[in-house]
Write a protein that binds this ligand. Structure first.
Ligand SMILES: CC(C)(COP(=O)(O)OP(=O)(O)OC[C@H]1O[C@@H](n2cnc3c(N)ncnc32)[C@H](O)[C@@H]1OP(=O)(O)O)[C@@H](O)C(=O)NCCC(=O)NCCS
Length: 209
């Protein structure tokens, strides 16, 4: 599908959330959010086991995310409450899925889980991927043991294409299985993701959705 609307989308509002391109000034809030949730993140997010969590490391990380975003290489978003005051987590529309595709990743602070927020943010990013970026396919990759993540994909109408064995880095040098969930452009209009009400804005703050 050809690109349909001007992007990339820098800022998205959902019913309860703001998703926006990271700024290096988010580093203190990011550090606190990760520190408050390390035990919850470590089983599933390799970076929560290995990455240095100090403030300078977070600034460097967010500068890289921001640079990649501005250059159109990869699209990491911070997840905030709707008023952009509190940081709830991180997400992204990742280009690692290849040409004509995006992969959605997500994590939430432990105290913000259990409210369908990951489903809400993944629905919004799915819409942006199909309606603005004009991709043919959106993917969600997760460990089959990560039941909460599996349920996000299933709830939004994605189909499991298969499970790759021993693909994801796990703790202590082990490898985890990786499920690939996909939503194709023909499936998107009738999927639950298409009915989410969102606002999306470009780099100048012009509304594109
Ligand atoms: C994966 C993750 C983002 C999912 O977040 P989440 O809040 O559990 O998922 P959702 O936002 O979709 O919400 C689902 C939860 O809302 C609850 N819920 C509330 N109202 C609901 C409703 N009306 N219908 C269905 N579920 C409802 C569900 O019971 C479920 O909570 P539970 O798992 O405690 O039972 C989160 O668990 C996380 O950050 N995990 C660590 C990082 C990670 O694994 N990332 C993914 C790597 S692939």
């Amino acid at each position: 599908m050809a690109k349909t609307l001007p992007g990339p989308v820098y800022h998205i509002k959902t019913r309860r959330l703001t998703l926006r391109c990271w700024a290096p000034t988010d580093a203190p809030r990011l550090e606190q959010a990760i520190a408050s949730s390390l035990e919850h993140l470590r089983p599933w997010m390799p970076w929560a086991r290995s990455q240095s969590q100090d403030i300078d490391a977070q600034v460097a990380l967010l500068r890289r995310f921001r640079g990649d975003f501005d250059h159109g290489r990869d699209f990491h978003y911070g997840v905030f409450d709707r008023d952009d005051r509190e940081l709830y987590g991180g997400t992204g529309l990742h280009t690692s899925a290849g040409e004509g595709a995006r992969a959605i990743g997500y994590w939430l602070r432990a105290d913000q889980t259990g409210k369908l927020l990951a489903t809400e943010l993944a629905a919004a990013l799915t819409q942006v991927a199909f309606r603005v970026d004009g991709v043919r396919r959106v993917e969600i990759h997760c460990d089959p043991l990560n039941v909460r993540s599996v349920e996000v994909a299933r709830r939004l109408g994605f189909t499991c294409e298969g499970t790759l064995r021993h693909r994801l880095p796990g703790p202590d040098g082990t490898r985890r299985d990786e499920m690939i969930w996909t939503l194709h452009e023909a499936e998107y209009p009738s999927s639950p993701a298409a009915s989410a009400e969102i606002e999306a804005y470009d780099a100048l703050g012009r509304r594109v959705l």
